[in-house]
Every structure is written in C-alpha cells, then in structure tokens.
Write a protein that binds this ligand. Structure first.
Ligand SMILES: [Zn+2]
Length: 485
C-alpha cells in the first residue's frame, strides 16, 4: 500500500510498527448536533482505507473518540463549550445532548456501512488520563497558568508546526491573520493553547472536574492525545482527520504527545479534503447544510450517498450536488440490477472466447486492487470495475455468458465490494421472480435513456425481447410492457 503522508508531503510505502498489525486513530465527532455530510466524508474515506488494509491482510485496531466536552465554538481559546450551548438551546442536560448525538452519529455510520471502530472512547470518561498527561507536561515545564486556564507554551516544543509545513514564526503569523475570535489574555504566543480551562460560572456543575490546577474541564486537543495513546500506545501507525485539523488541532496533538513521551506520536498522517455543496462551503446561512437524514428524506439511499463520496479521491475537493447524486443513484441501481441478473445467468456452457473473457476478469481485478493500493485511487479502480460490467453485460446480452464466467465476475464484484462496501452481496442473493427482473430492466432502460446512453437502452430492449419475450411500448403516460403472444 502506498499512502500520502501529510507530514512528509510524499506518497510513501506503508509499513506498520508491528508486522501485519495496524493502529489507527480518527478524531471523532463533537456531539452537539447531527453530523452533516461534510463530517461523514471523513469517516467514509477512512473506511475505504481501513477496508483496503484489511484486504491486504492487516489486522487493525481502530479508535474513534467521542468529543462530549471541551470543544469550544470557533475552536479558539475563549468561547463557549459546544455541547453545553446545545444543552441550553434544547433545554436538556449536557449528558442528554451528548448521548442523543452520539447515537445519531453511530446510526449514520451504520447506515453508511462504515466498519465499526473497536473503541469509541468518550472524553468525559477519560478526564483522569488527560489530567495525568497534563501532570507530565507540567512537571517537564511546558505549561503556564493564566486566569482562564492552563496553557501549553508552544515555543518550548522544537519543530512546532512541522505537520503544516510552517515553522513556529510562520504559524504564529498565520493564526494571527486568521483570528476572528477573541483570544485569552496573558498568552505568551498566539499558537499557545489550553490543556485545562477553569470553570467560568458557579452554575456549570455538570461538565466540571477537580484538578490540582483548579476546577475546570479539559481542552479539546488534550483529549485526542490522551485517548489515542491510552488505547493505541505512544506511537500510532495512522492518525486520520479532515485537512482543516492540520494547522491547529493535529499540530497541537503532536506538540503535547511528543513533549510528554519524547517519542514520535504518529507515523502516517491521513487527511481528507473538504466537501462543498453547490460549489460553496456548507453554512447554515446558505441553507446548504445537509445531514444523512436530509438526503434520505429526498428519496436517496444511504448507499447512493456512500457511493458518491467514495468515488472521489480523498485528497481532492468534492463538490456535492443533488443532481450528481441523482446520477450516481441511477448508476448504482444499474449495478445492482446487473448483479441480480448475473446470479441467474445459466446460458451457454461453451461460450466463445472463454479464455479471453476469463483473462479480462482477472485483469480487471488486478487493475482494481493496484489502483486501491496506489494511495486509494478509487476513481480509477471504479473505472476498472465499470469496464468489467460493460464487458460482462455485452456477453450476457448475446446470451454468451456461461455459468462459470458469471461466477468469476460475481466473485470479482464481491472482492471489489470488500473495499467499496455497497452491499453487493444483498443484491446477488436476492432471487427474483421474472416480473421483478423485467421491472428492474425496464427501470434501468429508463435510467439509461435519461442519461442519453441509447446504446445501453437499445441493448436492454433487445434483451427483454429475447430473454422474456417482453415488448416495450412508449406511451404518453410512460413505458408499458407486455408479453408477446
Ligand atoms: Zn483529534
């Protein structure tokens, strides 16, 4: 497997610390609202990575944390806790809000066929580990206290900012230029960040813990350092997240973890690019913030959404539109219909050019996995899959695809689905009655016509006539079909 590593800015051969065993950590959701589709892109891209490593024979220990405290509005030093604000807004306790949106997140990743992480630690359950880490950093002289909390002095960590490719000075300038929110007073450097924040009002009892520095709650960055190292050890093979985390959150995770352990924190940094909607950044004010539920309410299946997301390379910007999703849903439907027909294929035992066809199946599979192992080039892998489908479809239409050939194609498709996670098996197993099969083909022909793929539409018309004796009629009220007498 070749993977792009953010910190080296190169595509590198992946080699875990322990043979065949991979540790993988991803920054999880802040559970204060339903995750939007931009959040889900990260988990889908990471799922393709995980499935690809599993396919290559690795065992994986996968941790995704749940941030239920400490993530402040604006990600800055001041501002309110996101979960706490949501609790006020919804007239619930912070715990109720966190539980509700944790369940919503888990339901989303389940519907999207994301393989479940081995551990999903909650920040509020790991405050002790965070305080231990803060204690180590304090003992080594990395911290200082101001009235709002305990801060990490970023000038004391050599190579601060190396993940972003900016040195300490440049990163300070960068943050200064981008600062939109007020920062805590008394900070030595603009890049300094809180590892512990002191409680603000006497009323906030719910999310407050005792500590030797004073009552308060942990900073967001310290959570990921503490939880990732607790479950995966001081050096992780892979750490994942969106590219927006590079200059601050992940940079700070490195600073804390490496200052505490004096060891390298992460070997491979895996970052996915942004998702835009209709060419714009998602924003409540633009009304373009979609959740998975919104997509499903518009009549799309979670699998169509999964397909559109994973079909773009994880390092490219992805512009999501409902129109593109419509097209993808049609494509996915035609794949499912192809799989259904494949299983019922019992034509020609002595198909012509058998060897040649079997070789083309092998080649398609080889190409597919070569592309996956090439920094997860899913778009090219999908082209190999679609070329195979086209080839097999042609053979089926000529009633040439033999049972053994159909099985070879089905096996290859199942292998591909190990990476794609699009429920191919379900559509292969489904034994359909003839009417269902005809109905699916008629729908697929309609879809082909909408996409102006007239060759495919005509091919389906002939297939219906030859295999089922079905004749199509285009009427004003749509397509009708009847059996030839
Ligand atoms: Zn994190």
């Amino acid at each position: 497997m070749q993977l792009y590593n953010t910190i080296s800015r190169k595509v590198e051969k992946f080699a875990p610390i322990e043979d065949r065993q991979v540790t993988m950590y991803a920054c999880g959701p802040t559970v204060y609202s339903a995750p939007h589709i931009g959040n889900m892109r990260a988990y889908l891209n990471q799922d393709v990575l995980k499935r690809s490593l599993l396919h290559d024979g690795y065992k994986i220990k996968h941790v995704v944390n749940i941030t239920d405290v400490g993530h402040l509005v604006g990600d800055a030093n001041l501002g309110e806790d996101k979960v706490k604000l949501a609790a006020e807004r919804e007239h619930k306790t912070a715990r109720q809000v966190a539980d509700f949106y944790t369940d919503a997140f888990i339901s989303d990743i389940e519907r999207l066929n994301v393989l479940k992480p081995d551990v999903m630690p909650r920040a509020t359950m790991h405050v002790k580990e965070m305080l231990d880490l803060i204690g180590t950093l304090d003992g080594d002289g990395y911290l200082y206290t101001v009235p709002t909390g305990v801060y990490f002095d970023t000038s004391k960590f050599r190579n601060y900012g190396k993940l972003s490719g900016m040195d300490f000075e440049r990163l300070n300038k960068y943050l200064k230029a981008g600062a939109r929110v007020e920062r805590a007073s008394g900070l030595r450097n603009i890049t300094d960040f809180a590892v512990w924040r002191f409680r603000k009002k006497a009323s906030d009892d719910e999310m407050v813990w005792e500590s030797k520095w004073g009552e308060g709650f942990p900073g967001w960055h310290i959570e990921c350092s503490a939880m990732s190292m607790k479950y995966l050890g001081s050096t992780l093979d892979i750490h994942c997240g969106g590219i927006d985390h590079i200059p601050i959150h992940h940079t700070n995770e490195i600073a804390q973890s490496e200052s505490a352990t004096k060891e390298k924190f992460v070997n491979y940094w895996f970052h996915n690019n942004f998702l835009t909607v209709d060419g714009k950044k998602m924003a409540k004010s633009l009304g373009n913030v979609y959740t998975l539920n919104d997509i499903v309410a518009k009549g799309f299946s979670p699998m169509a959404f999964r397909y559109i997301i994973i079909s773009a390379h994880y390092r490219t910007k992805l512009n999501f539109t409902l129109h593109a999703l419509e097209n993808v849903a049609i494509t996915l439907k035609s794949i499912y219909s192809f799989l259904g027909r494949l299983c019922e294929c019992d034509s020609a035992k002595n198909a012509p050019n058998h060897e040649e066809f079997m070789k083309s199946v092998e080649d398609a599979a080889e190409k597919f996995f070569d592309e996956i192992n090439n920094d997860l080039n899913v778009p090219s892998a999908l082209s190999a899959m679609h070329a195979l489908i086209k080839n097999a479809n042609k053979r089926m239409e000529g009633a040439w695809l033999s049972k053994s050939e159909a099985k070879a194609v089905a096996d290859a498709m199942m292998d591909f689905d190990g990476i794609l996670g699009l429920n191919f098996e379900k559509h292969m197993r489904a034994k359909k009655g003839m009417d269902d099969e005809v109905k699916e083909l008629v729908e697929e022909r309609e879809a082909a016509r909408i996409k102006k793929d007239f060759a495919r539409a005509d091919a389906i018309r002939s297939l219906l006539k030859e295999k089922f004796g079905v004749v199509l009629e285009d009427t004003k009220s749509g397509i009708r079909w009847h059996k030839e007498r």
